[in-house]
Ligand binder design. Structure first.
Ligand code: AMP
Length: 406
């Protein structure tokens, strides 16, 4: 069974093509991305057969156009991996917001698509692109299933105590204002991997904090496979300090800045989403490699950005240790969590009071792409680095929902 996984942004489209065998094992046939959809200078960057890389330039007006270009690359005469759209058995889509309607992945029937459309205002930047991509797939090949895998779904097990904001209750009933959480596919995958690891290590409970640290960052508290709490909220702006997002701030800052600068609420929210976080503090970059290099060269604001970022992750770990009544494991994943030994060391420094102690040597020498334990032997809490694979989870969900081998 051949499954095309699609992750659509407003002007981008990432894709990965998976082949599943009858025994459920899989292989990635190809992957790539379309950039600058609807803008000047659009192109497809594609990795095909044998890892061959090709780039297709040309006008790409919308997601339908983008998908046609993706198929041109997938069927390329030199490095193609399929002969046509007829070879695809199902499309798996990453959908940003499931609202309160979706607690698991679903086949995107007309009824489910109508429910998705009602949630557009919960994710106005991403949802139109996600749904446009589903429509483009239906147009291209109407007789195969489209599966929706929601970023919010894993967090649907949070209790009302955890997800309610302390605002007038009517905001919740009338406007669905509450914590939803994001990065759910990643938190689910790495917490599942960690739980399997803990079980093999003889651990009787499974109280895990998963730290997905990348450009966007979030933390989740996971008990026995179920999300108990998470740091992102109604939108991905809440929670940790991120590449360009502020994370938690006093909401009164918005009116204060508006009075000082005359900017509108929407302009200030753009600043909080795009010009804040470690970029805002450091003034250097949103990229952690650039900031680390600047900090190493003596840039004090870059150093401050890294320490504020680490401090906030640490605060959430402590808070979720309380939520879970103790911890069995802390998991690091995402571009920063998987690759930055320095950031893992900063976050776990002085946490031995709650049983978290890093093995410095192991932290610095982990192999890429595999689960690694980096805690000191004998400590109560295991520290694990687990590579995330959101596309694989979407492909597996799609495979299961459309009934295995076809
Ligand atoms: P993601 O959004 O998960 O793809 O993560 C992207 C972030 O990971 C960027 O800010 C990168 O700078 C950061 N990153 C990737 N590799 C490293 C590394 N070796 N050290 C520090 N940060 C890294």
């Amino acid at each position: 069974m051949t499954i095309l996984v699609l992750n659509a942004g407003s002007s981008s489209l990432k894709y990965q093509l998976f082949a599943f065998k009858a025994d459920g094992t899989h292989e990635v046939l190809s992957k790539g991305g379309v950039e600058r959809i609807g803008l000047a200078g659009s192109f497809v960057a594609h990795k095909g057969r044998g890892g061959a890389e090709i780039r297709i330039d040309g006008d790409i007006a919308g997601h339908t156009d983008a998908l046609k270009k993706v198929f041109a690359a997938l069927c390329d005469k030199d490095c193609g991996v399929i002969s046509g759209v007829g070879d695809i058995s199902a499309f798996g889509h990453r959908i940003l917001h499931g609202g309160e309607d979706f607690s698991s992945s679903v086949i995107l029937t007309e009824e489910n698509l109508e429910k998705c459309a009602k949630n557009i205002d919960l994710g106005p930047l991403h949802m139109p692109a996600n749904l446009a991509c589903v429509e483009a797939c239906k147009k291209l090949k109407s007789d195969i299933p489209n599966v929706g895998v929601f970023d919010t779904a894993f967090h649907s097990t949070m209790s009302k105590t955890a997800y309610m904001y302390a605002v007038p209750y009517s905001y919740y009933t009338d406007y669905k204002i509450r914590r939803y959480g994001f990065h759910g596919t990643s938190h689910r995958y790495v917490s599942g991997q960690a739980a399997d690891y803990l079980k093999k290590a003889g651990c009787k409970t499974s109280r895990i904090v998963t730290c997905h640290l990348g450009n966007g960052s979030s933390v989740a508290a996971v008990k026995d496979g179920k999300a108990a709490d998470t740091s992102m909220g109604l939108t991905p702006l809440e929670g940790l300090v991120m590449g360009t997002r502020s994370g938690d701030i006093d909401p009164a800052v918005i009116e204060f800045i508006s009075r000082k600068t005359g900017e509108s609420i929407s302009e200030i929210l753009t600043v909080l989403n795009k010009k804040s976080g470690v970029l805002g503090i450091s003034g250097v970059s949103s990229d952690f490699r650039d900031i680390s290099a600047a900090a190493a060269a003596g840039n004090e604001r870059a150093e401050l950005a890294l320490s504020v970022f680490a401090y906030h992750v640490k605060k959430y770990i402590g808070s979720y240790a309380a939520v879970l009544n103790g911890l069995d494991a802390v998991v690091f994943t995402g571009g920063v969590g998987e690759n930055s030994a320095d950031m893992r060391a900063r976050i776990t420094k002085d946490l031995d009071g709650i049983g978290i102690r890093l093995d410095e040597a192991a932290n610095k020498s982990i192999a890429r792409g595999v689960l690694s334990e980096i805690s000191k032997a004998g400590e109560a809490v295991r520290i694990l680095v687990i590579p995330t694979d959101e596309e694989l989870v979407i492909a597996k969900e799609t495979y299961e929902l459309v009934g295995g081998c076809a």
